[in-house]
Design a protein around this ligand. Structure first.
Ligand SMILES: C[S@@+](CC[C@H](N)C(=O)[O-])C[C@H]1O[C@@H](n2cnc3c(N)ncnc32)[C@H](O)[C@@H]1O
Length: 234
């Protein structure tokens, strides 16, 4: 399966302004949240040699785009298939990324980055623990959807260089204010820079009654707002 993402026209020599990435079985198919994060990435200043990190990388599309724009890009994912996909996609685009398998930032815990992007699992789910395997590992994130989000907020200040930028995408169902407050508590200035209302896909639709029962949406609602949060030091 292929996914096409556009690049700023002048940033990828030899490209037609778009990249296509392949998805291996079991790897998250880039979709509306990926696109919203990519739209913000397009607006960010990237420069040759800068250090970028894409956590929860999936196909590696964000890391590949950062690399095509000159970054020394690192991609991390807990899934072996995602790491294979991101390496394959870098190869297909003739760029280098460092793809590391591990839990969130564990493989790069002592490093600092000019740019950190993350589209973590954030869908509220019945289970109190993150799935150990399977497709649900890409989206299930505990009853409040924050199993990974809270960890990202706690780790972000330590991952950024003094002028570093964090870009994070999540759903309105998983506590946008909570994320903003947690990042501010870590000394970062955080704000919502992009919003987009999306109809529920199959995963969200199947859980709509559960969301309503738990007060996450009014009964009958079948949309969520996706937001991109941008955080940096004041
Ligand atoms: C919503 S998908 C995002 C994929 C890709 N960044 C995109 O935007 O299309 C979330 C990804 O997080 C990965 N993931 C889940 N738990 C993780 C963890 N504890 N550490 C690292 N990656 C994890 C999944 O394997 C999946 O690839």
């Amino acid at each position: 399966m292929a996914f096409t993402a556009s690049l700023p026209q002048d940033s990828a020599p030899g490209s037609a302004g778009a990249v296509r990435v392949c998805r291996l079985p079991g790897v998250y198919a880039p979709q509306a949240d990926t696109r919203l994060l990519l739209a913000q990435l397009r607006r960010e200043e990237l420069w040759p040699g800068m250090r970028s990190l894409d956590l929860c990388t999936g196909t590696g599309v964000l890391a590949v785009i950062a690399a095509l724009r000159g970054a020394r890009a690192t991609a991390v994912d807990i899934s072996r298939a995602a790491i294979a996909a991101s390496r394959l996609n870098a190869l297909l685009h003739g760029c280098r990324i460092r793809a590391l398998r591990g839990d969130l930032d564990a493989p790069v815990a002592r490093e600092r980055f000019d740019l950190v992007t993350v589209n973590p699992p954030y869908v509220p789910s019945d289970d109190t623990e993150a799935p150990a395997r399977g497709a649900r590992r890409s989206w299930d994130a505990g009853p409040d959807g924050r199993l990974l989000l809270d960890r990202v907020c706690a780790r972000a200040p330590g991952l950024l260089t003094p002028s570093g930028v964090l870009l994070l995408v999540q759903s309105s169902l998983s506590g946008v204010t909570h994320t903003l407050d947690a990042l501010a508590g870590g000394g970062l200035r955080a704000r919502v820079v992009r919003r987009r209302t999306e109809p529920f896909g199959p995963v969200m639709s199947a859980r709509a009654d559960w969301f309503a029962t738990h007060g996450l949406i009014p009964r009958g609602v079948r949309t969520e707002e996706l937001v991109v949060i941008r955080a940096c030091r004041p």
